[in-house]
Ligand binder design. Structure first.
Ligand SMILES: CC(C)(COP(=O)(O)OP(=O)(O)OC[C@H]1O[C@@H](n2cnc3c(N)ncnc32)[C@H](O)[C@@H]1OP(=O)(O)O)[C@@H](O)C(=O)NCCC(=O)NCCS
Length: 144
């Protein structure tokens, strides 16, 4: 059974393993201090937010998200990070997490939930194509 809740203080170590896995997926290595900074922000919960998915009680998935204003609508919710432990994939964990973020955003009167993915992330896109609309944008970025 999958349940989704905010991350609890006891989740700290497993959350970091999962977030490390996510960063490794994107070939990023992060200093330990960045994890601590993000964790504190999640615990405060006023700027960025996190939910954790448990499969039979074990934390196996994380979603990180935030709300920002929009020029053309009420606030919108951006899902920044989504990761499921490799041995728990294909069981509906990510789908359940996205639904939970959607519920969270709806309760805060957000107009939309959206996220990015890489064009070649076929595994993720198989899920996203089932639950969301592909809007055909591409992303440019400049490091500052
Ligand atoms: C993408 C990711 C989050 C999916 O997590 P998950 O918990 O396995 O996803 P779910 O079990 O909820 O997947 C549901 C659907 O996605 C598709 N899917 C997910 N994993 C699949 C796989 N390995 N093979 C085939 N289809 C898969 C299926 O269509 C599945 O629906 P179905 O079971 O009704 O057919 C996970 O693979 C992951 O963490 N990948 C590495 C990081 C990443 O890509 N994050 C997303 C970045 S935008």
């Amino acid at each position: 059974m999958i349940s989704v809740t905010p991350l609890q203080p006891d989740d700290r170590a497993t959350w970091e393993e999962l977030f490390c896995g996510y960063n490794a997926f994107y070939e990023r290595t992060w200093p330990a201090g960045n994890y601590e900074h993000a964790w504190r922000e999640f615990q405060r919960g006023d700027r960025i937010h996190a939910l954790g998915a448990r499969l039979d009680g074990r934390l196996v998935g994380i979603a990180h998200f935030l709300v920002h204003p929009s020029t053309t609508s009420p606030d919108v919710c951006y899902l920044q990070d989504l990761f499921t432990a490799p041995d728990a994939r294909g069981k509906g964990v990510a789908r359940t997490l996205i639904q939970a973020v959607e519920g969270w955003a709806r309760a805060r009167s957000c107009a939309r939930l959206y996220w990015h993915t890489q064009q070649h992330n076929h595994t993720a896109r198989r899920l996203y194509d089932q639950i969301a609309e592909f809007r055909d944008f591409i992303v440019y970025a400049t490091p500052l």
